[in-house]
Design a protein around this ligand. Structure first.
Ligand code: FES
Ligand SMILES: [Fe+2]
Length: 381
């Protein structure tokens, strides 16, 4: 596998991408599970779904099923969504329960994970429900977003992404007032990223490679280049996350969507949280999106997305933004990722050159190298 370290050549640097095999080899994905996904913070959903004791939401970390639940004392707890009897799944979707009851043989757990009762257990000599409990998982929140981590030794969420909460407060207008918005209510006819979960035939890193750079924006997203002055687009490296900001946006652009100069958001911003979460902010009415790219196989990636908006009726500006993202911007990225995925299997291709200019802007790919370095470092552990 190629080493993604650069060699400097004058004012320009030459560096290679990850080798094609890093994307296409199923054994690499097996190693990624242990070295990346079971050790990092994984977005699960909005905390607003967990308002009362017994409220739960389910999610996944690669192929591990997880649920998060609010205890009657108000604490958040998370568990593997796997019954301790014969491994049946316990909870589905989201909702509220008084006890967690397995649909297979009816073992019931209290919402702190302790086995409460198992049908017929009084007839089984030596069976003590108090000795059985669900396996717990770390859970923490950041600005209303719930994350879990399967690594008991992991740094806290706040320490894993230092400065992220403050940046979101500063750059996402009305952050505390934004509410999760059901995709079927907002735009049932749009599909795309607004369906909460979709799967793409590509490796997860192909999607992230695309998200972490804007070198492709000028060519592949002409409307985006009309919406945002790409000369002003800058990327900040914060170690475990990058912040992408375009402070100069055009309310009267002709090809993406129009918004008003008086609208709350007058910039575009993205955050990439290592390894697979992306937070988005688009110009116009207050908004935020959270995307998680979860590999379910080396060649299949589930895209989980949540949209947050200011409560109340939807304006034309907001509807036009959603339509632009769902019908133009996202399909452009999907087409790129599908084509790259095919190309990575070509006999002619085993890796390529990255365009490094040292500036972390929309003309180069230094942010891709940051992503590849994080990947290489994690895989060496
Ligand atoms: S598998 Fe859960 S009660 Fe049997
Ligand atoms: Fe893109």
């Amino acid at each position: 596998m190629n080493d993604p370290t650069s060699t400097s050549s004058g004012s320009f640097s030459l560096a290679t991408t990850l080798a094609a095999q890093a994307y296409t080899d199923p054994s690499v994905f097996d190693a990624e599970k242990d070295r990346i996904f079971y050790r990092s913070w994984q977005y699960i959903g909005p905390e607003s779904w967990l308002g009362e004791g017994g409220d739960y939401l389910t999610g996944e970390v690669v192929n591990e099923r997880i649920f998060v639940i609010r205890t009657t004392e108000g604490e958040l707890k998370a568990f593997y969504n796997v019954c301790k009897h014969r491994a049946h799944g316990l909870l589905h979707g989201r909702g509220r329960v008084r006890r967690v009851i397995c649909p297979n043989h009816g073992w019931s757990y209290s919402i702190d994970g302790q086995l409460h009762a198992a049908p017929g257990c009084e007839r089984v000599p030596g069976f003590e429900p108090s000795k059985v409990a669900l396996s717990s998982v770390r859970v923490e929140t950041l600005k209303g977003l719930v994350f879990v981590n399967l690594d008991p030794q992991a740094l806290s969420l706040g320490k894993s992404y230092p400065g992220l909460a403050k940046e979101l407060e500063e750059l996402v207008p009305e952050l505390d007032r934004l509410e999760w918005c059901p995709p079927e209510v907002v735009a049932s006819d749009l599909g795309g990223p607004l369906a909460r979960s979709a799967e793409l035939h590509t490796n997860w890193k192909v999607l992230l490679d695309n998200c972490v750079e804007c070198y492709h924006c000028r060519i592949a997203h002409p409307a985006f280049a009309d919406l945002v002055d790409l000369e002003t687009y800058r990327i900040k490296d914060n170690g475990t996350f990058t912040t992408h900001v375009g402070n100069c946006v055009r309310p009267d652009n002709r090809s993406a969507y129009r918004f008003n100069e008086s609208d709350t958001v007058q910039r575009i911003a993205f955050w990439h949280l290592w390894p697979n979460t992306v937070i988005t902010l688009y110009p116009g009415v207050a908004n935020m999106g959270v995307f998680k790219f979860t590999p379910t196989r080396h060649d299949l990636t589930r895209i989980h997305s949540d949209s947050f908006r200011r409560p109340g009726p939807m304006s034309d500006v907001e509807r036009d933004r959603i339509r632009y993202i769902a019908n133009i911007l996202w399909p452009e990225d999907v087409a790129i990722c599908e084509s790259v995925w095919r190309g990575l299997h070509s006999r002619s291709y085993d890796g390529g050159l990255l365009m490094l200019n040292g500036a972390l802007d929309a003309v180069g790919e230094d942010s891709v190298r940051l992503f590849h370095r994080m990947w290489a470092r994690s895989m060496e552990r």
